[in-house]
Design a protein around this ligand. Structure first.
Ligand SMILES: Nc1nc2c(c(=O)[nH]1)N[C@H]1C(S)=C(S)[C@@H](COP(=O)(O)O)O[C@H]1N2
Ligand SMILES: [Mo]
Length: 204
């Protein structure tokens, strides 16, 4: 399996968490029947239609193990997590976006969402994670599937991922609509939408 290390340390103003607490908004979906679960790839696909991937189809894709830190916008960083799963670039290979796709919306069960640029989504280190520390993700960690984009704030990685929507124009996701910076970059020190420059996000 490909192994990559994208750890970059602690962003300015962050404290290192002594333990990895569970945090998210809303309820944890019940453990899913693997047969009834799928990931929908929708929007501006090259084929012009939606694709559904079951867990077995996902398991057949190339895999990667990613060593990364997790940065929460509330100011804590969890060091040294080891995720494994499918590199997002492999999803693009399997189900290509149209050439004019510039963004994706990652949707979770229950409507949580996060928008990403195409480049951030497909960056080295970004993955559709099924495991952490070589164990299947527990439901409260986002199992069976969680998007992880380690170079951005962790809100950009929905737990309980169910849909990837290919977009030609940017739209704000759940937190991006509620006052958080559209880019979600922990390395700039900018957290809020009022700190966006013109053009960094769609109008609020
Ligand atoms: N579906 C969903 N995914 C989510 C969230 C959420 O509220 N709903 N919160 C995000 C935020 S803000 C953080 S910091 C991480 C927390 O993940 P952890 O509980 O594994 O530390 O999950 C992210 N993914
Ligand atoms: Mo967070």
């Amino acid at each position: 399996m490909t192994e990559i290390d994208v750890r970059r340390g602690v962003p300015a103003g962050h404290r290192v968490a002594s333990e990895w607490r569970v945090s998210h908004y809303g309820p944890v979906p019940r453990r899913t029947d693997p047969g009834g679960w799928d990931l929908r790839i929708s929007g501006a696909t090259a084929s012009g239609h939606d694709h559904l991937l079951g867990l077995a189809a996902l398991e057949a894709l190339p895999r990667v193990r990613v060593h990364a830190d997790l940065h929460c916008v509330s100011g804590h960083t969890v060091l040294d997590l080891c995720w494994s799963g499918v590199p997002t670039a492999a999803l693009f290979d399997l189900i290509p976006p149209r050439e004019d796709v510039r963004y994706v919306m990652a949707w979770a069960q229950f409507g949580y969402s996060a928008n990403l640029t195409r480049a951030d989504f497909a960056a080295e280190g970004s993955l559709l994670a099924t495991h952490v520390a070589d164990r299947p993700l527990e439901p409260e960690r986002g199992g069976p599937l969680r998007l992880v984009v380690p170079h951005l704030y962790s809100w950009k990685g929905p737990k309980w991922l169910r849909q990837i929507e290919y977009l030609t124009q940017d739209r704000r996701g759940f937190w991006e609509e509620r006052g958080y910076h559209n880019s979600g970059d922990p390395w700039t020190g900018r957290r809020y939408s009022h700190q966006e420059e013109t053009g960094e996000g769609p109008p609020l």
